[in-house]
Structure formats: structure tokens, C-alpha cells
Design a protein around this ligand. Sequence first.
Ligand code: NAI
Ligand code: NAD
Ligand code: ISE
Length: 337
Amino acid sequence: MTIRIGVIGTGAIGADHARRITQTLSGGRVVAVNDVNRAQAEAVVARLGLDAKVYDNGHELIKADDVDAVLVTSWGPTHEEFVLSAIAAGKYVFCEKPLATTARGCLNIVEAEVAAGKRLVQVGFMRPYDKGYQLLKQAIDAGRIGEPLMVHCAHRNPSVPDSYVTSMAIVDTAIHELDVLRWLLDDDYKTVQVVYPKRTRHRFEHLADPQIVLIETQKGVRIDLEIFVNCQYGYDIQCSVVGETGVANLPEPQSLLLRTEAKLATNILTDWKQRFIEAYDIELQDFIKGIEQQQLSGPTAWDGYAAAVAADACVLAQESGRIEPVVMAERPTFYNK
Ligand code: NAI
Ligand code: NAD
Ligand code: ISE
């Protein structure tokens, strides 16, 4: 059985996911695409040689009889309406992060999914599928570093465009850590604070860059997260968990170790598409398998909501300069593991 998939938003990641479904994964086929920029959707169809219909509107694509499942890869502010529309149509939907740009928007999705009575939503948080993060989690869960006490993280992009504004450091970038650290520590957040170091010269004037997010979890773990999106030198993701008896570090991506010209060198990646390429493959294959088995198992709408609650608190903290509480709604039993 082949799952017939419609892709809404054929930009950087929409096109890349369409490519992996077509060329790398099994069990799925892209049969429909839509983008507000129709010419771009048509170009992706041509480039990948897809046998897919181009729709003028994402909601029409969702309703189409020959579309079994939907990928929402348009920009963040559009996610909520397309996911709600897919749930209303009773279709499985994979939504890129953020699930919605506010916690309220995510809660609307949670409520709609609970009312539908069936898990239909998977959020595109791919880090839990990354081998490096899985090694970290295994070490923590096996007690190899004792109880986790502190976590030091960095999320660095080489540069961002003019359209990237200060709140995006949270809702677009830090949102990955806000998701993966809950999973890694099996914990929820209690408070957040954002502090601003000296600003880099390599930024657009309107952007505060870098930023440091300070988090306290419900279990009392302290996390410092550096967000630096114009670091120039590469795409660099760091995570170091300090426990009572040891330290576990996220492994560096595999790279050639080169001895030449009196130097010992390894490359640093520059593109997020490459850094997590295997994790993206595995998360989407898992989505397709979940549909075949009528049981999704990847990140849930509740995970999307939890990350968004923390993100809302961080955005508030960016503006207030204060320590802000992270207050979640009660989790519906629907999402119990
Ligand atoms: P992009 O800007 O390259 O692509 C977005 C596409 O959506 C554009 O082609 C745009 O025309 C289209 N679009 C916008 N509004 C639309 C609408 N109403 N209907 C149909 N199409 C619409 O952005 P990118 O980098 O591909 O990001 C897309 C999403 O993927 C974002 O939510 C982003 O946060 C997420 N993302 C996730 C990553 C991850 O590591 N999981 C990495 C990069 C992006
Ligand atoms: P992008 O700007 O390259 O692509 C977004 C596309 O959405 C554009 O082509 C745009 O025209 C289209 N679009 C916008 N509104 C639309 C609408 N209403 N209907 C149809 N299409 C619409 O952005 P991107 O980098 O591909 O990011 C897209 C999403 O993926 C974002 O939510 C982003 O956060 C997420 N993302 C996730 C990761 C990740 O690591 N998981 C990485 C990059 C992006
Ligand atoms: C982008 O949308 C992503 O999701 C990338 O993984 C992240 O590193 C980048 O900062 C975001 O803008």
C-alpha cells in the first residue's frame, strides 16, 4: 500500500522532504503540492519529476480524495489552520515545527485531535530521531552520569536573512532544544529567562544576536542555551549534560580527520539539511509506517504544545528581562504514554 501525500509549502524543507519521500524513503508518494508561490511549487514538481497535481489552495489539497496524508511545511504562522483543516478531514498530518506560533494555537490543535478521538498529528521535531541524541538519552537513562544537574547547549547558524526577527531565535530556532531537552531529561520546564550578551557586528540591525536562554526544570536541572544565528563559521549544535558522576556530550557529526600541511582538521557542517539528514529520513519514514499501521508514534501535538508554552514564556522573558514562569494546561489522558 502506498501512502499518497500532499505537501503544503515547497520552500527549503518542503522541497527537501518531497525529495526524500520520492528518492530515499519507501511506502509514500507525493501526489499533490501547494505553495502561495505557485511557480515555486511547479518548479519543485519539475525538478523532482513528480507525478503530482499543483493546487492553488492548501485547504483544497487537504480535501482531495486522492490525498491520504498531508505535510505542512509552509512558514510557521500558517501551520495551525492547515493542521486543523487536516484533522477536520480525518487525515494524518506531519507538521513542521512550530506546530503553531503560540501555545493557544497548539492547544486548539490538541483539542481538535482529542475530539476526533484518534492520533492524526506528528510534529517535525527530528532531534529525538538523531543517533547522537539517542546515545545521550541512553547514557542518562542507564544512570551512567548519575542524576543530571546541569545542561550546557549551543544552537549556532552561520547567518540568517533580514526577515529573521528577535522572537524567531525562540519560536524558530530554540524551539528544537525546548522540545528535545524535555524528552532527554524526561522533565518539564518551571521558569525561563533571556539575557543578551554583547551583540555581534555580523547581524541585521533589528536583531538581538546572540541570546542566552536560562531554564530551570521542574526537577531542578539548570540549562543554559546559547542561540547565535550569525556565528559565521558553521551550523553547530552542542549539548553537554553534567550529572552527579560524569558528563555526557552530544557526539560531533562524523567527519574525515585530515592530517595535512602541519594541521589536524575536521570539517564543520554549514547547512541544517545535512546536519540532521538521517534524522529527517527516519522521522518521515516513521510517519509513513505509522499511517500504514494506523498508529503514529512520533512527537505528538502535546509535545508541540509543551514546546510552544515554553517558547511563549521565553518570548515574554525576551521583552520583560525577568524570570518568567512556564505554566502548562493539564495533559489530556489521550496523550499518556
Ligand atoms: P521556506 O520559506 O523555504 O519555505 C516555506 C514555503 O511555504 C515557501 O515556499 C512559502 O511560499 C510557502 N508558504 C508560505 N505560506 C504558505 C501558504 N499559506 N500556503 C502554502 N505555502 C505557503 O521555509 P522553510 O525553511 O522550508 O521552513 C518551513 C517550515 O519548516 C517552517 O515551519 C520551519 O520552521 C520548518 N523548518 C524545520 C526545520 C527542521 O529542522 N525541522 C528546518 C527548516 C525549517
Ligand atoms: P521556506 O521559507 O523555505 O519555505 C516556506 C514555504 O512556505 C515557502 O515556499 C512559502 O511560499 C510557503 N508558504 C507560506 N505560506 C504558505 C501558505 N499559506 N500556503 C502554502 N505555502 C505557503 O521555509 P523553510 O525553511 O522550508 O521552513 C518551513 C517550515 O519548516 C518552518 O515552519 C520551519 O520552522 C520549518 N523548518 C524546520 C526545520 C527542522 O529542522 N525541522 C528546518 C527548517 C525549517
Ligand atoms: C530553522 O527553521 C530550523 O529549524 C533549523 O534547524 C534551525 O537551526 C534554524 O535556526 C531555523 O531557522
